[in-house]
Design a protein around this ligand. Structure first.
Ligand code: APR
Length: 257
């Protein structure tokens, strides 16, 4: 289906839908200035080694290097603003309460700042901290790792047991946050329309949600300027960007939110 035809069909499907699930990836935030992972040249994994910077082994091998890399990424997220795509999704949620479920692979807070506070975070939150080790004192009634009083440093560590603070994101090989994937699967199975925006479809289980929605009877559309690994799951592919396409197909003026 070519873009303009796809756009007309998709807009009608969205207008008629009772439930819409939107799966977003790093491309959703690209127009906010946050780099993607796999775009040639600009993607983070074309410049950095994910094994060293996005794995527990990499963190244990060189905590300061990983902590500093995330600190730099955090600065970028804090300096970024939601783009017209985020704002259109926020406006849609306000104008049609209860219809939209957002499932994001992104660890930034731009969906939340645009008004989609209930976006399901599959890969965690880059602005959140958590302890590297499960504190042995937790649940014993004795004081657990000194959460508020972590010793400042790069990275901060517990002043009593030396436990290290780490970013609250899901690293390669780690489990997703409890309940997140189950909630995402429920949203994918129940929706009339699934919009897949800005993901290469390279990482599972998130990439499986488009096929799950299609098998459950949803109309699946992809918004991406480039081909992705899951284009075959889509009824319609719109070769465009999140900020360019979403305001147009959601039928909401960004200022109309
Ligand atoms: N609008 C829409 N899509 C875009 C835009 C844009 N402005 N710019 C780039 N894209 C597309 C690219 O074509 C690519 O298909 O966004 C996609 C980004 O793909 P990835 O960089 O692989 O990011 P993502 O799919 O979110 O990666 C999934 O991999 O490394 C892990 O945990 C990380 O959550 C991430 C996961």
């Amino acid at each position: 289906m070519v873009d303009e035809e796809a756009g007309v069909v998709l807009r009608a499907r969205i207008a008629a839908a009772q439930r819409i699930c939107v799966l977003t990836g790093a491309g959703m935030s690209a127009e906010s200035g946050i780099p993607t992972f796999r775009d040639a040249l600009t993607g983070l994994w074309s410049r950095f080694d994910p094994a060293q910077l996005a794995s527990e082994e990499g963190y244990r091998a060189d905590p300061q290097r990983v902590w500093d890399w995330y600190a730099e990424r955090r600065e970028g997220v804090r300096a970024a603003e939601p783009n017209a795509g985020h704002l259109a999704l926020g406006a849609f949620a306000r104008q049609r309460p209860g219809v939209l479920s957002i499932v994001t692979q992104n660890v930034d807070d731009l969906h939340q700042r645009a008004g989609n506070a209930d976006a399901i975070r599959l890969h965690g939150d880059i602005l959140a901290d958590r302890w590297l080790e499960r504190c042995p004192e937790r649940g014993t009634g004795r004081e657990a790792c000194a959460t508020g009083g972590a010793e400042p440093g790069r990275p901060p560590r517990c002043t009593r047991c030396g436990n290290l603070v780490r970013p609250g994101v899901v690293w390669f090989g780690e489990m997703l946050p409890p309940g997140a994937m189950e909630a995402a699967e429920r949203a994918a199975a129940a929706c009339d329309v699934m919009l897949v925006v800005g993901t290469s479809g390279a990482v599972w289980p998130a990439a499986g949600l488009a096929g799950a929605a299609r098998r459950a009877g949803a109309f699946v559309a992809i918004v991406n300027p480039h081909p992705s690994d899951i284009d075959g799951e889509a009824h319609a592919v719109l070769r465009g960007t999140a900020a360019g396409v979403l305001p147009r197909i959601l039928g909401v003026g960004v200022e109309g939110g």
